[in-house]
Design a protein around this ligand. Sequence first.
Ligand code: ATP
Length: 255
Amino acid sequence: MIPKSHPRYESLITRDKIVDGINKGITSTQGLIAQGRGEAFDYLIGEKTTPGALNAEKTAAALLILAKNPVISINGNVAALVPEEIIRLSEAVNAPLEVNLFNRTEERAEKIIQHLVSYGAKNMRIKTDALIPGIEHDRTKVDSSGIFSADVVLVPLEDGDRCKALVDMGKTVIAIDLNPLSRTAQTASVTIVDNVVRAIPNMTRFADELRSSGKDELQKIIEEFDNKKNLAQAIDDISKHLSSSLLLTLSANII
Ligand code: ATP
């Protein structure tokens, strides 16, 4: 049991959730490595949601509300880290959940579906009767009434190839990725540079706030967003955070 007073409490709880996901057979061992890379970038960002990330989360909520066929893609890390939160978002924006795995086995996909159902998921797409053109690995398999026909897809923790393939299909792709330099981050239509454990509840809050807004107001939020500027801002936030950490360290040593 990790005491709440531990300075790295949130981070350690997140690790436990991933390990638990592996023990349950819903998260892949490669998912551990992805989590490690994410943690490193979270550290550089300051383990908090930046104003830029918050703006991307608001834009993403507006896009999901306005979409005709929004879909939320789920992998083993997302299922382990934010099962309740992602279901809540799915309900808030009326977007079905679809399991899509890089290291796919039917057994793991089924376990994730059952895991989400045990948390109350009702709106899911579970077929794999269509293929995304241009990808060779198992992530090409999707549901014809889900990701394949979606206009807006939320892909928390995506790989770069599939993100590009979805954009090439003409879809609006919202990615959540702590690394602003990853191929996914650079290719997505809207990149949320934040930890999925903070980003998903933030998006749900925005969706609840924006649901009663008019179409014009939502459209304005979307039009004002520029992903290139958003990514540049995220990189700048990292360097500013590093500079201020350096100053703190130097002043502590002087005193
Ligand atoms: P790409 O193919 O896009 O270049 P990659 O090969 O760098 O991606 P993967 O191993 O496919 O990365 O996926 C891990 C990505 O997910 C990393 O960019 C990492 O920063 C990010 N990530 C991992 N855990 C989280 C998390 N909890 N929240 C947000 N992002 C995360």
